[in-house]
Write a protein that binds this ligand. Structure first.
Ligand code: ADP
Ligand code: MG
Length: 386
């Protein structure tokens, strides 16, 4: 529909790479990356040949990236603006939303609200801070709707494998068994009306790492909107929400990262105004041992890292829905994830199933017209619609 803009540029800075401070013109993404309307940074961008930007009538407005560090990773607030100084305070307030939610929901520090809940909720009922209560409420609903595949009580297992502060390792069978005893959201008693939480048993702990980023992205977008920003993209390491659209197009073009890291992204999808997207992949955090890799998403039904898929991308009406569903679809594996995604009107999924030589990309039918495999990826992926 909309042509690739002549000055279209692509950029990605790898996770962990040092990034310059202050507004700049490219984007870091872990699971997905913005591939349109953005310029270069850190010398890793490629520029397509073509006429100069000045040829584009809308050149006065462009996507300005306001980067920050939060939640142990990078985040970008991208605002379409013709005056980057004027929009800087709105970007700073959106960054502040990330800090606020990090201090509430971080599973890495001992000072967060979640850490406090994990210390006291087995001793008796405790009142939960309102925003954390909201996320716990959604998590408990998701546990039921995902047939137990999404379960915030995986914390003891996530910690045991070293995915919460390390060191990462394959645990011994006995340790696995002991941690697994503590897993199961039926051990969590949460009353949303009174915001009261209680755990059944000492040692039960929750981890909101599979959903908190999505909530944070929606809240940051809400803050931007309240500040009068009409066109922006909030990107918290691959969890994104589109407010409006870029200056040169009626949608955002998002690259989906190659789960095997052979190229920057293997496919692109269109993201319309008012939509979220997120990707969960095995490449983000894993333990490798004995020729096998174990990812950071745990199957709460077996206690073992989930197998069967190497990447799950979800497009949905909110970033919360996206982050919420990418994790359980990953757990459910290729067959059940397709069934579940089809069953849910609000969720559109792209699943990557590993194969010998060629991986299968399962693209949900409603995404057919907005999904494009990169030419360089054609030998490596086989696309199937479902
Ligand atoms: P990201 O890829 O951005 O880290 P994900 O949405 O993929 O986030 O969630 C992964 C995180 O979710 C893990 O690091 C862990 O904290 C938590 N987690 C792992 N397995 C599950 C599960 N089955 N249900 C809920 N949360 C999980
Ligand atoms: Mg998630």
């Amino acid at each position: 529909m909309v042509q690739r803009a002549a000055w279209w540029k692509r950029a990605v800075v790898r996770r962990g790479a040092r990034r310059p401070a202050g507004p700049a013109l490219a984007v870091l993404l872990a699971g997905a990356l913005v591939v349109a309307g953005l310029g270069a940074r850190d010398g890793v961008a490629e520029q397509n040949p073509g006429p100069d930007r000045a040829d584009t009538p809308a050149a006065a407005r462009r996507s300005v990236v306001y980067p920050t560090r939060t939640m142990g990773t990078y985040a970008d607030v991208i605002i379409v603006t013709d005056d980057s100084a004027a929009t800087a305070p709105a970007a700073r307030r959106a960054h502040a939303v990330f800090s606020r939610l990090d201090s509430l929901m971080s599973n890495w520090t001992s000072t967060s609200e979640v850490a406090r809940l994990n210390r006291v909720a087995a001793q008796g009922p405790t009142t939960v801070q309102p925003e954390v209560a909201k996320v716990i409420e959604v998590s408990m609903r998701l546990w039921r709707e995902s047939e137990g595949a999404f379960d915030i009580t995986v914390e003891p297992l996530v910690r045991l494998w070293g995915f919460l502060g390390g060191p990462k390792r394959v645990p011994a069978e006995a340790e696995m068994k002991a941690a697994f005893q503590l897993v199961g959201a039926q051990r969590v008693h949460f009353d949303a009306d009174t915001r009261t939480l209680r755990f059944d048993q000492e040692g039960v702990k929750i981890d909101l790492g599979g959903i908190a980023k999505g909530y944070a992205v929606d809240e940051a977008a809400r803050s931007l909107k309240a500040d009068g920003v009409t066109d922006a993209l909030v990107d918290l390491t691959g969890n994104m929400f589109a407010l409006g659209h870029p200056a040169d197009s009626d949608h955002w073009r998002i690259g989906i990262r190659d789960p095997r890291d052979r190229m920057r992204y293997f496919a692109r999808v269109h993201l319309d105004p008012g939509q979220g997207i997120s990707t969960s992949g095995k490449y983000e955090q894993f333990v490798a041992q004995g020729g096998r890799t174990y990812g950071h998403i745990i199957d709460p039904r077996t206690g073992w890292p989930a197998e069967g898929l190497i990447s799950v991308t979800v497009i949905a009406p909110t970033a919360l829905d996206c982050d919420a569903w990418d994790t359980p679809l990953f757990v459910l594996g290729p067959v059940d994830a397709r069934r579940k995604a089809k069953e849910r009107e609000d969720v559109a999924a792209v699943l990557v199933q590993p194969g010998a030589g060629v991986d299968t990309v399962w693209v949900e039918a409603p995404l057919k017209d907005r999904f494009t495999l990169e030419p360089a990826a054609r030998q490596l992926f086989c696309v199937k619609f479902f």
